[in-house]
Design a protein around this ligand. Structure first.
Ligand SMILES: *Cc1c(COP(=O)(O)O)cnc(C)c1O
Length: 361
């Protein structure tokens, strides 16, 4: 395993984007992190370089067979001008689970967190300062063998890129309309649903496009076997408050184990609010709606933290939830998690990790 990172700083720093108009994932900082894997040699040549295009042979495996995994986390600037990461060790654990499923060699999570800290520190002036903004961090690994044979690659490239992102809700949290997808499925038993891999997204695009055409912002996925049980929303996990109890689909191998999901479960337990991980059928949900027991629904993920669901559409049935407004518990969870992330609320769980001034060579 490597433990040295060489650094080459850019000679042409880019102009920083206007903080008031940051579109998600459109702007990238001045530097990126790279590291190579070669069979027999392991991961090597960890380096921070000026952000630049990659040069790949057209036969590069990832372009044909999608052997690729990724992660997503954020760096937040506090009022005291500290920089915090949120539970980055969880991202590294999950990255290695994804690696295992995709036959990609494991990475040393602690080393990568160190690399992320160095990179974020070098580009720290790119972290926006306005309330609700952050620096999105995208680690990813691609298979780089230049051959068309179908087999796990013998070489890989690990990268980390950074993108300043604006407040997800510049005008206050707005609940979204979601379509329950009854045709396409996202993941199946024995498949890659629990891994954060490019292919899961490729196969989800069609349903997402159809939902958008019909005025919905996301898709609520059902299980791939019976198409009865709720799995997750687009790129978020999902929670329902039914009769005072919070319910979320249990991790069954086809659902992504979200770090926001895990943090919410911890907070609810801390607050003595009943929270249960179990199977939830869409029929049960509809029944709860008809009985007036469906009090709140929300998606959870790093990008939005909490995305309240104001309306669910299932076949010809529509469920309006909490009058299409954000629920009290959804708001409290949002305020608490974002408060911990930006250092305004005490971090009792030890979730935040400071990016300290490290020796930048
Ligand atoms: C990344 C992701 C999530 C959310 O995970 P977080 O760790 O909370 O950001 C949920 N579902 C899918 C499919 C994802 O890719």
């Amino acid at each position: 395993m490597v433990n040295q990172i060489t650094i080459e700083k850019t000679k042409k720093p880019k102009e920083k984007p206007n903080q008031d108009h940051l579109e998600f994932g459109h702007n990238f900082t001045d530097h990126m992190f790279l590291m190579d894997y070669t069979e027999g040699k392991g991961w090597h040549d960890a380096r921070i370089l000026p952000y630049a295009p990659l040069s790949l042979d057209p036969s590069t495996m990832v372009l044909h067979y999608g052997q690729a995994v990724f992660e997503g986390l954020k760096a937040y600037r506090t009022e005291e001008d500290k920089i915090l990461l949120f539970r980055p060790n969880k991202n590294m654990e999950r990255l290695n689970l994804s690696n295992e499923r995709l036959s990609i060699p494991p990475i040393d999570g602690e080393f990568i967190i160190q690399a992320i800290k160095e990179l974020v520190h070098i580009d720290k002036d790119w972290i926006p300062t306005k309330e609700g903004t952050s620096l999105y961090i995208r680690p990813f690994i691609i298979a780089t063998d230049a051959t068309l044979g179908v087999h796990p690659s013998h070489s890989y490239l690990f990268l980390v890129i950074l993108s300043p992102v604006g407040a997800y809700y510049p005008e206050g949290i707005k609940p979204v309309k979601i379509n329950v997808e009854s045709g396409y499925v996202r993941a199946v038993r024995g498949g890659t649903g629990f891994a954060k891999t490019a292919g899961n997204y490729a196969s989800s695009l069609k349903a997402q496009e159809d939902a958008e055409k019909n005025g919905y912002s996301q898709v609520l996925w059902l299980d791939g076997i019976e198409q009865k049980y709720i799995e997750e929303v687009g790129s978020m996990n999902v929670f329902f408050k039914i009769n005072g109890e919070v319910v979320t689909p249990a991790l069954n191998g086809s659902i992504l184990n979200g770090i926001t999901r895990d943090s919410i479960i911890h907070l609810l337990k801390e607050w003595d609010i009943p929270v249960i991980e179990r199977k939830v059928s869409v029929e049960e949900l509809y029944g709860a709606h008809v009985n007036g027991a469906l009090e709140e629904a929300f998606g959870t993920g790093t990008a939005a933290v909490i995305s309240p669901i104001g309306e669910l559409s299932w076949m010809d049935k529509k469920m309006t939830i909490n009058n299409g407004e954000i629920g009290e518990l959804s708001q409290k969870l949002y305020d608490t998690i974002t408060g911990i992330q930006n250092g305004k609320i005490e971090d009792k769980f030890g979730w935040t990790v400071e990016v300290e001034a490290i020796n930048v060579k």
